[in-house]
Design a protein around this ligand. Structure first.
Ligand SMILES: O=c1ccn([C@@H]2O[C@H](COP(=O)(O)O)[C@@H](O)[C@H]2O)c(=O)[nH]1
Length: 242
């Protein structure tokens, strides 16, 4: 089912708003809990999602020294979530420590080990910002690839990348490496702060495993209709991919 490849972010600031969204879109099986919701209402929302048999992408984008990210990943893994994010720029020692700690936390809690995935480069940044603001002397696609490869070398399960880099990452990192793409925008939706987007069908055909699509659905006049349009677009694209 292509709808299972869509992860919808719960980018709201209260548990009540999050639950309202979950109940408005019962066909969504995979939800993302990010900084806004987790900081607002804590891990309680994870229980709510698990009670409803939903898969959980805990997108807290850890970025700290090895000891601290390890502690955070160990604690996050105990919740029995499916995906956890860490910035690749935390570095090799931190990525390896985070991976071992996630395994330890899950084993302690007797839950499946979550997939730890590395943020390669935020999808809100473009080549100009990378070069002139962040002073990174690599072309953007090469930089995103190197960050994904760093994650892979450290034993992580996958990476978060923009749909514009996913084909290159898929070719280089192989079929078993999980590629999760935010910054996906249907042709009818506004881009907002996303700077490296493609449409859902383009992202799927380019090799993404999961598409994170938020505001085009959650801020639509009718979220159910928006999700249906995306689902039909993905169904058509999957027939071409197969
Ligand atoms: O590089 C990244 C990493 C994470 N995100 C998250 O994905 C969603 C996108 O929401 P939209 O409303 O579809 O823009 C959001 O929760 C981000 O925190 C990202 O956009 N880019």
């Amino acid at each position: 089912m292509t709808i299972d490849k869509v992860i919808v972010p719960l980018d709201v600031s209260s548990q009540a708003d999050a639950i309202a969204l979950i109940e408005t879109l019962p066909q969504v099986t995979f939800w993302k809990v990010g900084l806004e919701l987790f900081v607002s209402c804590g891990p309680q929302i994870l229980k709510q999602l698990k009670q409803r048999n939903k898969r959980i992408f805990l997108d807290l984008k850890f970025h700290d020294i090895p000891n601290t990210v390890a502690g955070a990943c160990r604690a996050a893994a105990r919740y029995g979530v499916d995906l956890i994010t860490i910035h690749a720029t935390a570095g090799k020692v931190a990525l390896k420590a985070a991976q071992s700690a996630a395994e330890m936390g899950a084993n302690e809690a007797g839950v499946p080990v979550p997939k730890l995935i590395a943020i390669s480069l935020l999808t809100s940044l473009n080549a100009r910002e990378l070069a002139f603001d962040l002073k990174i002397p690599l072309e953007l696609p090469e930089y995103a690839l190197q960050m994904a490869l760093l994650g892979q070398e450290c034993g992580l399960a996958g990476a978060v990348c923009s749909p514009q880099e996913v084909a290159q990452l898929r070719r280089t990192c192989g079929d078993d490496f999980l590629l999760v793409c935010p910054g996906v925008r249907p042709s009818w939706a506004s881009k907002g702060d996303q700077k490296r987007s493609l449409t859902p069908s383009e992202a799927l055909k380019a090799g993404a495993n999961y598409l994170v699509i938020g505001r085009p659905i959650t801020e639509a006049n009718n979220p159910m209709t928006a999700l249906k349009l995306i689902s039909e677009e993905l169904d058509a694209a999957e027939k071409i991919v197969k």
